[in-house]
Design a protein around this ligand. Structure first.
Ligand SMILES: Nc1nc2c(ncn2[C@@H]2O[C@H](COP(=O)(O)OP(=O)(O)OP(=O)(O)O)[C@@H](O)[C@H]2O)c(=O)[nH]1
Ligand SMILES: [Mg+2]
Length: 221
């Protein structure tokens, strides 16, 4: 995040009824298990172990809230969502994750945008499409981070971003020929380890959280 902000762990929940009753805006990080959500949050917040990143898939099983502070003022939240698509869990757990994610994405008013982390080597999968389909009707923006792009060469990177933009066209015909971005559905290459695409991602999250003034302005207006 911009150096003006400091991120701190706030709370963890496993049920949409327990989401913090706050007027502050939040941006959620969604994606398959192991896609790099926690790593992206860490690098965007300039911290090594804020969100727990791990080689073990399915590590983040709860909704984790991180507060963004300017000095001592809490201004907004970043939200690390449980990763989906992790095969080695039982049916009840999968059902619970589905309900948790769909309710949260479709109904959480404080949520102003979704950052969808997609492994650049894998591209958008069926489960990622499910997230997009839940979220598009809210009218809120989605920004896709094609993660781990350090593992691809230049032409593979080009191919990966073009393929994703093409796939997104079905949700937004405004995307011209799979080569441009619409306002609501955008995508970029990203690497947490090589710090590629950090500034672009940071700008988008900050814009979503603070564009129309701070929440304090909204509450008092
Ligand atoms: N090479 C490379 N590895 C990465 C990158 N981002 C994350 N990883 C690695 O991928 C693994 C998973 O990263 P996490 O950030 O824990 O993934 P997650 O999406 O939070 O996973 P869950 O919590 O299981 O849903 C870790 O071993 C990370 O070190 C990246 O940009 N490049
Ligand atoms: Mg995680």
């Amino acid at each position: 995040m911009s150096k003006l902000f400091q991120a701190r762990f706030a709370t963890t929940v496993n049920d949409t009824h327990c989401l913090p009753p706050t007027p502050l805006r939040e941006v959620a990080f969604a994606g398959r298990s192991n896609a790099g959500k926690s790593s992206a949050i860490n690098v965007l917040c300039n911290q090594k172990r804020l969100a727990f990143a791990s080689k073990t898939p399915g590590r983040t099983q709860h909704i984790n809230y991180f507060g963004l502070f300017a000095k001592d003022d809490l201004l907004a939240y970043l939200v690390d969502l449980p990763g989906y698509g992790y095969a080695a869990v039982n049916r009840e757990t999968k059902y619970h994750w589905n309900a948790l994610l769909s309710d949260y994405l479709q109904e959480r008013e404080q949520l102003v945008g979704m950052v969808l982390i997609v492994d650049s080597r894998r591209g958008i999968t069926d489960l990622d499409e499910q997230m997009i389909q839940w979220f598009v009707p809210t009218g809120k923006p989605i920004h896709i981070l094609l993660s781990k792009c350090d593992k691809l060469n230049k032409s593979e990177c080009k191919h990966a971003i073009e393929a994703v933009r093409k796939q997104l066209q079905q949700y937004d015909p405004a995307l011209p020929g799979g080569t441009g971005d619409s306002k609501q559905l955008t995508a970029q290459l990203f690497s947490s380890t090589k710090r590629i695409g950090l500034e672009e991602a940071d700008n988008i999250v900050i814009k979503w959280l603070f564009e129309a003034g701070t929440q304090k302005d909204e509450i008092t207006s």
